[in-house]
Design a protein around this ligand. Sequence first.
Ligand code: NI
Length: 178
Amino acid sequence: MALLEIKKFGCPTLRKKATPVQDVTDEVRQLVADMFETMYEAEGVGLAAQQVGFTERLLVLDVRPRDPMSEPLAFINPEILWTEGECVGEEGCLSLPEIVGDVKRPAQVQVRALNENGSVFEMTLDGIAAKALQHEIDHLNGVLIIEHFNAIKRNLLRGQLRKLQREGKKQAPGLTYV
Ligand code: NI
């Protein structure tokens, strides 16, 4: 396993829309393992491929620090089938260090994806898992939490974002081992 560089706001890869994974190969499984390791090292609860300079449609999730009954999961080509309810909660992002803000999202989601063996599974998530999954799917669509913030909040963050952006622009856009 290996640690990957986490792309920061300003790195163009974060704005790319992911392309579906054609085949769940050993390379894909290796990437999933490296993404889990990178996420744990950064103390995150979710990580999308774009955040490590990859543009395939996959993400990893492990919300056990917030929900001990959950389990670590990889979602390859995830699709949200339906959503229900609404909840507002504070979110942060490994690609936007030190930035947190309220994001409104559906409270419950039904998702279909492939697992690391290439088999289709469906599950219903709520609470922190639903929130984190939707946050990571946003990444797969090139969307960041700041797009969910209101205009006042975005204005307040302008200086901080500009600083982050300068750093992010210096990062290589592709997969980099650290
Ligand atoms: Ni994020």
